[in-house]
Design a protein around this ligand. Structure first.
Ligand SMILES: Cc1cc2nc3c(=O)[nH]c(=O)nc-3n(C[C@H](O)[C@H](O)[C@H](O)COP(=O)(O)O)c2cc1C
Length: 139
């Protein structure tokens, strides 16, 4: 069956004191849910934005994304790509995290102070590449 890849970004709505804990519970829930429906992917958190890649059967990816869009821990969810792919990239991860949750708050401060990451200026392929290379850096 053809796999699909969905890429989106969104704005964090977690207060900074709850980011590390929030990320942990998002990842825990994602991993247990995704494994049951054959979805894999990766999540990045940076400078107040989430970027996520979901891969898997079309219906499972859509149903997962529907739930994610309703989640009050983020907002202004912007879909950047949803297309069939020849093969998955994150097939070993029910949900990989590009960076360690306990360092998330420092990441945010550091990155905000330096580079000014703005996902709305990147297209789906660029976001995907950024997530992939960041994951490889931190693996
Ligand atoms: C940034 C972000 C990413 C998320 N990623 C996933 C995911 O990959 N899979 C998933 O099942 N839930 C994900 N969630 C959680 C969903 O929004 C929702 O809380 C969860 O799927 C509900 O699962 P339940 O019905 O089993 O309680 C994510 C939430 C946020 C804020």
């Amino acid at each position: 069956m053809t796999d699909y890849r969905l890429v989106y970004f969104s704005e964090n709505r977690l207060p900074s004191s709850e980011i590390a804990q929030g990320l942990n519970s998002i990842l825990e829930k994602s991993r247990s849910n995704n494994v049951m429906v054959g979805v894999t992917g990766a999540l990045m958190f940076s400078v107040g934005y989430f970027v996520q890649v979901l891969e898997g059967p079309q219906a499972a990816v859509e149903a997962t994304f529907e739930r994610i869009q309703q989640d009050a821990r983020h907002g202004d969810v912007q879909l950047v790509e949803f297309a069939p792919v020849a093969q998955r990239t994150f097939d070993n991860w029910s949900m990989a995290y590009a960076g360690r949750p306990e360092e998330a708050s420092d990441d945010v401060a550091d990155l905000a102070a330096s580079s000014g990451f703005d996902p709305s200026r990147l297209d789906g392929d660029q976001l995907f590449e950024r997530l992939r290379s960041r994951l490889l850096e931190t693996a």
